[in-house]
Write a protein that binds this ligand. Structure first.
Ligand code: G3P
Ligand code: CA
Length: 240
């Protein structure tokens, strides 16, 4: 089972920060790191989950309404360029990076081209998987780069399967762990990676980790090949 660091090591460190990604680089056996990208007012790709800055910073407002230099003042929103600079040596060695394009609520014009160009400028395109809840954006990614690896993000397995079969040419699907409702024969037939995402606690939550333990063997029996978790260090250290 592939173990992925969701928003970096985001249980013990603030999500989607250089600190959380640096911690993920210390985890032996990790398959890859996941992060979320939005665009600033001046079109700079920045790594933050929400469309607004309110939850993770002391600021108020939409990411799209801030210039990048103003987003930098929050200290906790790295640019994609900063993150790629940190990760590049390991991505070249085989670590994977899942870039989630956060464009299902705000259809950032030109986001796909901006992100693809930046990834290519770092020479790490073979290690990157693009995902989005917006299937049309994934189609744009494939139009811009037919070699790009793409994963359909969705809530249920069947929803993802439907997109993969009839709409988006993709290499993987990423359903929500609790809605992995694809029968085993269908996941076998699909012949794609199936990576599930979770809604586990994020930093600075301190509730018991063990109440959020996921049964990897049971997931494997359903055809799941990877899992995005906030505490990948615990999974890779076989605490679970
Ligand atoms: O890519 C899987 C997962 O990150 C999707 O949900 O809300 O954590 O971005 P979310
Ligand atoms: Ca995400």
């Amino acid at each position: 089972m592939e173990i992925w660091a969701h928003r970096g090591c985001s249980l013990k460190h603030p999500e989607n920060t250089i600190e959380a990604f640096a911690a993920a680089l210390e985890v032996d056996g990790l398959t890859g790191i996941e992060l979320d990208v939005q665009l600033s007012k001046d079109g700079v790709p920045v790594v933050i989950h929400d469309e607004r800055v309110d939850r993770t910073t002391w600021g108020v407002g939409f990411v799209k309404d801030f210039y990048f230099t103003d987003l930098q003042k929050f200290d906790v929103i790295p640019s994609l360029e900063e993150v790629l600079t940190l990760l590049k040596p390991r991505l070249i060695e085989g670590l994977k990076l899942n870039i989630e394009l956060k464009n299902s609520e705000i259809p950032y014009e030109g986001m796909e081209q901006i992100v693809i160009d930046m990834v290519k400028s770092f020479g790490v395109e073979k290690s990157v998987i693009y995902s989005s809840f917006n299937p049309n954006s994934l189609k744009v990614v494939k139009q811009l780069d037919e070699n790009a690896e793409v994963a359909v993000l969705g809530y249920s397995g069947l929803e993802c399967l439907n997109e993969a079969n009839f709409n988006v040419h993709c290499e993987a699907i990423h359903p929500y762990i609790k809605k992995m409702d694809i029968p085993k024969f269908a996941s076998d037939e699909l012949g794609m990676d199936i990576r599930v995402w979770t809604k586990d606690p994020l930093y600075p939550k301190t509730e018991s980790l063990f109440s959020h333990e996921h049964d990897l063997k049971a997931l494997e029996r359903k055809g799941v090949t990877g899992i995005f978790v906030n505490n990948p260090e615990d999974y890779c250290n076989k605490l679970f």
